[in-house]
Design a protein around this ligand. Structure first.
Ligand SMILES: Cc1cc2nc3c(=O)[nH]c(=O)nc-3n(C[C@H](O)[C@H](O)[C@H](O)COP(=O)(O)O)c2cc1C
Length: 190
């Protein structure tokens, strides 16, 4: 983790494996909207297996080790999540469960975090985001409170190439990234 200066290295991941996922597209939009001094790499959760304590006991799978190392190496995280049945998609929760292990040594602990999300519904993944914020409590992660980014009606907010075309949501993401940068620096200097 960078502990000096004002550069902020962010690792982003989406709670969807879908090729044309709006949430993956939202992360790509974030890469276009970064403030100076901030970088954003996107991690694909697809290779992460289903969590199993028996497997964990034998040793973390390579994909999980890489995920944990990339989290540890990042100054902050950016999660873009869909909402599945009013909650966090299993793919995202599963990845977080792996990264939370072993208890007391999780790279998630103390990590600054920004949460956003897109759904085709009216609430833009808000319910999933609030469940994710609840998970952050136990993991002692530090999410940015404001602004919240709920990309509702996602089907009409991205074009056929996956570009986020909606000006209001682009601006929301830009403000969220600025807030994450300020928050990460404030925590670093505390
Ligand atoms: C199992 C499942 C449950 C869903 N539940 C919700 C929901 O509770 N609220 C909502 O707004 N959209 C829901 N959706 C629709 C998602 O918003 C939509 O599939 C969205 O495109 C998923 O994000 P992605 O584009 O990043 O894959 C659900 C979709 C699936 C597959």
């Amino acid at each position: 983790m960078t502990d000096t200066g004002h550069d902020v290295k962010v690792l982003g991941f989406a709670g969807s494996l879908r090729k044309d996922s709006y949430n993956r597209a939202a992360l790509r939009a974030a890469q276009e909207l970064l403030p100076p001094g901030m970088t954003l790499e996107i991690f694909d959760l697809a290779p992460i297996p289903l969590f199993n304590e028996d497997v964990e006991r034998e040793g973390f799978p390579a994909a999980v080790l890489e995920f944990k190392e990339r989290i540890a190496d990042a100054d902050a995280l950016l999660i873009s999540t869909p909402e599945y049945n009013y909650s966090i998609p299993g793919v995202l929760k599963n990845a977080i469960d792996w990264a939370s292990r072993p208890p007391g040594k999780s790279p998630l602990a103390g990590k600054p975090l920004a949460i956003m999300g897109a759904s085709i519904g009216y609430f833009g993944s808000a319910r999933a985001q609030y469940h994710l914020r609840q998970v952050c409590v136990l993991l002692n992660m530090h999410p940015v409170n404001s602004p919240e980014v709920f990309i509702s009606g996602a089907a009409s907010k991205f074009d056929e190439t996956g570009k986020l075309t909606d000006g209001m949501f682009r601006n929301n993401i830009k403000k969220l990234l600025q807030a994450l940068q300020e928050w990460t620096i404030r925590l670093r200097e505390a």
